[in-house]
Design a protein around this ligand. Structure first.
Ligand SMILES: O=C(O)C1=C[C@@H](OP(=O)(O)O)[C@@H](O)[C@H](O)C1
Ligand SMILES: C=C(OP(=O)(O)O)C(=O)O
Length: 429
């Protein structure tokens, strides 16, 4: 396991960076390209490890995917064009890959197996396999089917009405992808609004889907046609630099091409409530996925409460928001965020454990955490625990530390942001 010495004691960040492609949209562009008819092209695809796992799985399912002049070309032949894989589909570290792929494979009349790394092996799958079995797929896996390896024999799906017990875009998307292959009309009721990239992409690929008060309705048997997809930058990646710019004195950072889908922009609400100086300086609201440029300048921050329906709109940003709270005056409470326990790591535990090592005053609760600010962070040896978002949060934390900080296992960062350190160092100079 490698380790790196992080940059510490930084008193300003300045410059402009182009935020890399959105991970959620990149995954979906490959999946939709594969199940549509014709040649789909994708620009600004995120070359992170997770999205490369999605490409590799679809190649094993017989889909031709080539990279040419910085674009991805996907030659889809419809759901029927997918063929039985002769190898295990390896999803690596990616929850989005396995959960959405299960929705696709549930409708295919062949046998397939899915597995990933040690982190994936700890993440629950019944939330997806349960309703897919109700639709008629034959699925099994370790521990009564809840954990990888998962085996699926699909086909002949019937539509269902399903009330999601947790607010999860991955579960919703898996059921939409299965619903597209089912007989009849599938309806899904969400407990809270979650990212809607799948719904937007169905429309972009010429399909139909209705949403009304968190009730999603999708008809089976639709024929999707290839599309040209431009992937906007990932707001979850931008979040690390939004927070860095907000907490480091005398900073001014321009983040170019950030996805601004309203189901993802919860972090702006938090930044505003905490008193951050963030502005959208240009935007393109009319495309399938809105995006824009953002400028962030340092300011004095105050603690806040983050809870309820806001949580799914910033779920992946909570580790970096926790760091921001250590640099804000007063108490910050994060609640209703139990879902953090089933991410790449238990992100309540890993955030609390690692930030404490740097001197933060933070405690875990049953459904979130409480952070007491403002604390001067010190130094120490910290670990990403193999979780990309924990690794990046710690690299930003180090910037405000006054002692030496060593990060163990930094390579996990390439799961979602391969150029992260390049961008960080560009802003430091
Ligand atoms: O649908 C997606 O692309 C994602 C949904 C979220 O997971 P859940 O659906 O489990 O909340 C999020 O945490 C993950 O990074 C990506
Ligand atoms: C939870 C995440 O991803 P996934 O569920 O796709 O592994 C993430 O990127 O923070």
């Amino acid at each position: 396991m490698a380790s790196v010495k992080l940059k510490t004691n930084i008193n300003r960040l300045n410059g402009k960076i182009e935020i890399p492609g959105d991970k959620s949209i990149s995954h979906r562009s490959v999946m939709f390209g594969a199940i549509a008819h014709g040649e789909t092209t994708v620009t600004n695809f995120l070359p992170g490890e997770d999205c490369l796992s999605t490409i590799s799985c679809f190649r094993k399912l017989g889909v031709r995917i080539v990279e040419e002049n910085g674009r991805l070309r996907i030659f889809g032949k419809g759901f029927e064009g997918l063929s039985e894989p002769s190898e295990v589909l390896d999803v690596g570290n990616s929850g989005t890959t396995i959960r959405l792929l299960m929705g696709i494979l549930a409708g295919r009349p062949f046998f397939s197996t899915l597995a990933g790394d040690q982190s994936i092996a700890r993440r629950p799958m019944t939330r997806v396999t349960g309703p897919l079995k109700q639709m008629g797929a034959v699925i099994d896996g370790r521990k009564d089917g809840d954990y990888t390896p998962i085996a699926i024999r699909g086909g002949n799906l019937k539509s269902i009405h399903y009330q999601l017990p947790v607010a999860s875009a991955q579960v919703k998307s898996a059921l939409i992808l299965a619903g597209l292959q089912a007989e009849g009309t599938t309806t899904i009721q969400e407990p809270a609004e979650t990212r809607d990239h799948t719904e937007r992409m169905i429309r972009q690929f010429g399909g139909e889907i209705q949403t009304d008060q968190r009730l999603i309705t999708v008809k089976g048997g639709q024929r999707l046609r290839a599309a040209e997809v431009h992937v906007p930058g990932d707001i979850s990646s931008a979040a690390f630099f939004l927070v860095a710019g907000a907490v480091i004195p005398e900073s001014e950072i321009v983040l170019k091409n950030v996805g601004l889908n309203p189901t993802r922009t919860g972090i702006f609400e938090v930044l505003e409530k905490m008193g951050a100086n963030v502005q959208i300086i240009s935007n393109d609201p009319d495309s399938f996925e809105p995006s824009g440029d953002i400028v962030v300048k340092s300011s004095n921050l105050t603690g806040t409460i983050i809870e309820g329906d806001l949580i799914p709109k910033l779920i992946d940003e909570i580790p970096i928001i926790a760091l921001m709270a250590t640099q804000a005056k007063g108490k910050t409470i994060i609640k209703d965020a139990e879902e953090l326990k089933v991410k790449e790591t238990n992100r309540i535990d890993t955030v609390v454990e690692e930030l404490r090592k740097l001197g933060a005053s933070i405690e875990a609760t049953a459904d979130g955490m409480i952070i007491y600010g403002q604390t001067k962070l010190t130094g120490g040896t910290v670990s990403s625990h193999g979780d990309h978002r924990i690794g990046m949060m710690l690299a930003i934390a180090a910037l405000v530390c006054d002692g030496e900080v060593i990060l163990e296992n930094p390579e996990s960062i390439s799961v979602s942001y391969p150029n992260f350190f390049l961008h960080l160092h560009h802003l430091i100079q």
